[in-house]
Design a protein around this ligand. Structure first.
Ligand SMILES: NC(=O)c1ccc[n+]([C@@H]2O[C@H](COP(=O)([O-])OP(=O)(O)OC[C@H]3O[C@@H](n4cnc5c(N)ncnc54)[C@H](O)[C@@H]3O)[C@@H](O)[C@H]2O)c1
Length: 418
């Protein structure tokens, strides 16, 4: 199948491209490379060194013997979006190209506006270009489980039956997002649902759980590694905990640490997206998949990381700094996930095994973590209208970090955590 991946240079876009190529699909991609730029903006970098895109594409050619056609550009550019669709005429579009950091969207008004304007504009451009150029194509749009928030009821897959004053209907399940970023995903969902109705587009809206992991079977060479963010703005809690353990720092679940989220391994997220691509929605159909395997609390993640760390001779403590976010720190959480298993989805990876795998890679790249250690502490605060001044002053002493040393691109010389 001809698949276009928007956001192909990103954490999930890159391994998805490799996964689809390995299964005989034809892959093209578009990316503005803005995540690379924004991670630098907050003073960080990927723990894994990511080669410039031309070198990544050459490595795919050399290692896998496959070609990816690439378009550099921003989905906010209508002419570019039309051009890519007219040139490629994809049968399936996996749309991952959005600003995806909740803390980044909470820095100040400008970051909130950029997140919402860019995310909604890109999605609307794709929807209109699909209607005009490839109305038969299938859109697989990456949303997030965070759209639902944490209601005190089970969470269905997009829709639920309800009865009010004696009348019944099947309606979209209420969304209660927890950041300007998550609200951009909610608004996107409304736009995709509406476009599938009026333009009769095929659409799958993926409520993606938090993805964890660093490797997929296709990543057989360091040049094919995907990015791995560990800073407070771009890294997930699990990523930060493993980085903290490698650096000998305490693990820091925010607040009480009983915040629960749905999680899925990188390899299994790729499997799920491929299944969605290979089983398209019908014309005019808007379907929602909750895409995760299991829910864990932040405390549980920290405890599991500490257990695996102990096997590796590391003994991190666990601290609980105040929660900089506005969120329930203890709540009910039970989302349903039945659609993907019906298409043949099977979980292949267990959390502890993947944590071990991440440790092995982060220990190899320990120098890169150590050189950016100051990015781990939380500075973006949901309650402050402008968190930006805090971004430059991250170390424990409150002083601005020393100028960053040059980026080490190879693994650390010793395979040791000492
Ligand atoms: N990683 C997760 O755990 C997770 C969880 C839930 C949802 N998601 C969603 O999955 C998608 C991909 O996430 P990711 O972790 O791979 O993020 P990422 O930031 O690593 O990748 C996104 C890619 O899209 C590009 N991009 C962003 N905006 C663009 C634009 N307007 N035009 C062109 N390119 C643009 C970026 O440069 C980047 O390479 C996002 O939509 C995100 O919201 C991710």
């Amino acid at each position: 199948m001809k698949v276009l991946i928007t956001g192909i240079d990103g954490y999930s876009g890159w391994p998805l491209a490799l996964h689809l190529l390995a299964r005989g699909h034809d892959v093209a991609g578009v990316d503005s490379l803005v995540t690379r730029k924004r991670v630098k903006e907050v003073g960080s970098w990927s723990a894994t060194p990511i080669p410039p895109l031309p070198r990544r594409l050459a490595a795919v050619q050399e290692v896998l013997g496959k070609e990816i056609r690439f378009y550099r550009g921003d989905l906010s550019d209508w002419a570019l979006v039309r051009h890519v669709l007219e040139t490629e005429r994809p049968e399936s579009i996996v749309h991952l190209a959005e600003q995806r950091s909740a803390p980044y969207s909470m820095i100040d008004v400008h970051h909130a506006v950029a997140t919402q304007v860019e995310n909604l504009t890109g999605t609307l451009h794709l929807l209109f270009a699909m209607k005009e150029v490839v109305p038969e194509a299938h859109l697989v749009k990456m949303g997030t489980m965070g759209e639902y928030g944490t209601p005190n009821t089970d969470i269905p897959e997009g829709f639920f039956e309800t009865e009010f004053r004696g009348r019944k209907d099947t309606l979209p399940f209420p969304r209660q997002a927890g950041s300007w970023y998550h609200w951009s995903k909610v608004f996107d969902s409304g736009d995709v649902m509406f476009a599938s109705k009026i333009f009769r587009l095929r659409a799958t809206d993926v409520m993606q759980g938090v993805i964890y992991g660093i490797r997929t079977p296709e990543i057989t060479d360091d040049r094919l590694l995907t990015r791995f963010d560990f800073d407070e703005t771009w890294g997930t809690a699990l990523n930060r905990f493993i980085a903290q353990a490698v650096l000998g720092l305490p693990l820091t679940p925010y607040g009480k640490g009983e915040q629960k989220r749905g999680f899925i391994a990188l390899e299994d997220s790729m499997q799920s997206l491929r299944l969605a691509v290979e089983h398209p929605a019908q014309p005019g159909e808007y379907r929602v998949f909750n895409q995760f395997d299991a829910a864990y609390s932040v405390n549980e993640l920290a405890e599991r990381v500490a257990r695996v760390a102990a096997d590796l001779g590391l003994h991190p403590t666990i601290d609980h700094p105040p929660d900089p976010r506005v969120e329930a720190e203890q709540h009910y959480y039970n989302p349903i996930h039945e659609h993907l298993p019906r298409l043949g989805y099977q979980r292949t990876r267990e959390l502890d095994d993947v944590i071990r795998e991440i440790f092995h890679d982060l220990i190899r790249y320990r120098r890169r973590l150590a050189a950016r250690q100051y990015v781990l502490a939380p500075t973006v605060n949901w309650r402050l209208p402008d968190s930006r001044p805090l971004l430059g002053a991250r170390n424990a002493a409150g002083a601005a970090p020393a100028p960053a040393p040059a980026e080490p691109t190879g693994p650390s010389s010793a395979n040791s955590v000492a």
